[in-house]
Design a protein. Structure first.
Length: 367
């Protein structure tokens, strides 16, 4: 792919590139001084800071000799920056200002340079952006790793990669519109402005470790699935076989009949015993009907004599099911129904249950 660059812009970029290599050499040398390195450390850190990004780019593109080797003036400038930093100790607020802003300008220009070079060799869009990012930030990453530090592009969340991506994107869009010259002018400006937002406005790249939208979505799906499961169980219970309900009711009637006979043997008149059982059965039927018809929290908190017995006489524990489902598993509900059927299948256990219900009924009437 043949990418033509305006000669004036090309010259501007060349001199900016040269100045950037010298400045980054000085910054690298200053960092070497702060870490207490000798002159060899000055040279290496300066070289990595100023030429590392371009080296990574050229190695990945793999077209010809690395620019820093084929054009030795870049090495000379990097070593000159190391010597300047060795003989002059740059520090203070003024130097911090020059370093941060100079680094922002150079990185912006290098992002555009890397993108244009990738376009020249016909690389696809994403690799072009990567080359722009590596050219702008690769040197600082190599430098920090060699110095035993966490790369600044990862650690402090200050935007460095995002401005480079923004610059590359502008260059690519401009190139697609046959306005590469404008992209090479506007792209670095966009990158510089984004970097300044981090320096002056305190903008940081979010790094919330707990943020995991897919996990949150999965949790929401689980809640919805649980609600759907609860509704399905409720429907299934409402559709419980009529024969089973009739059998339960029949077992209760048999137990009440045995209670009448027991009271008659104890000297109570049959009419009186039958009347008590009839009243008890009506109250029992009313409570069961209330459970069937009003599954609201208020109904569940009613004063029916079935409350607190611990088993569901009707086999339909639908009241407050959403609340109960948070405490009882499906297995627990099944065990409860099985327990009721086990009691009703045994005459002795059924009689004991009726006695407890009758006592509850009498206590309620006396109260």
């Amino acid at each position: 792919m043949n990418v033509e660059v305006d000669p004036l812009i090309e010259a501007l970029y060349y001199w900016s590139d040269v100045s950037g290599v010298l400045l980054m050499g000085i910054i690298g040398g200053t960092l070497a001084r702060q870490r207490g390195y000798d002159i060899v450390g000055f040279f290496f850190i300066a070289m990595f800071s100023s030429l590392g990004g371009g080296m990574i780019r050229d190695v990945l593109i793999n077209r010809g000799t690395v620019a820093a080797m084929s054009q030795p003036e870049y090495l000379y400038l990097a070593f000159a920056g190391a010597l300047i930093a060795r003989f002059f100790y740059f520090k203070g607020r003024t130097w911090d200002y020059i370093q941060s802003h100079g680094d922002a300008i150079v990185s912006a220009l290098w992002a555009a340079t890397g993108t244009v070079k990738a376009l020249t060799y016909g690389l696809p869009l994403i690799p072009c952006v990567m080359m722009g990012v590596f050219t702008a930030t690769g040197g600082s990453m190599i430098r920090d790793i060699c110095m035993g530090r966490e790369p600044a592009v990862f650690g402090d969340n200050q935007p460095t990669v995002i401005p480079a991506v923004g610059c590359s994107a502008v260059v690519l869009v401009a190139n697609s519109l046959d306005s590469l010259a404008w992209g090479m002018l506007v792209g670095p400006v966009v990158s510089f402005v984004l970097t300044m937002l981090g320096i002056w406005a305190g903008w940081r790249v979010p790094a919330r470790q707990e943020w995991a939208p897919l996990n949150d979505t999965a949790a929401q799906v689980m809640v919805l699935a649980r609600k759907a499961e609860d509704k399905g169980r409720a429907v299934g219970r409402r559709l419980e076989p009529t024969k089973l309900r009739a059998w339960r009711h029949q077992q209760m009637e048999k137990a009440l009949q045995r209670r009448i006979e027991k009271q008659v043997r104890a000297g109570i008149h049959r009419t009186e015993a039958a009347s008590d059982v009839s009243d008890f059965m009506e109250a029992f039927a009313d409570d069961v009907a209330e459970m069937h018809q009003d599954p609201t929290p208020d109904a569940a908190e009613g004063q029916g004599f079935l409350n607190g017995i611990g088993v569901d006489i009707s086999g339909d524990s639908y009241e407050n099911y959403e609340e109960e489902s948070q405490q009882l598993s499906l297995e627990g509900s099944k065990v409860q129904r099985d327990m009721l059927d086990t009691i009703l299948a045994d005459e002795k256990l059924t009689d004991e249950l009726v006695e407890r219900l009758a006592k509850r009924y009498e206590e309620r009437n006396q109260g």
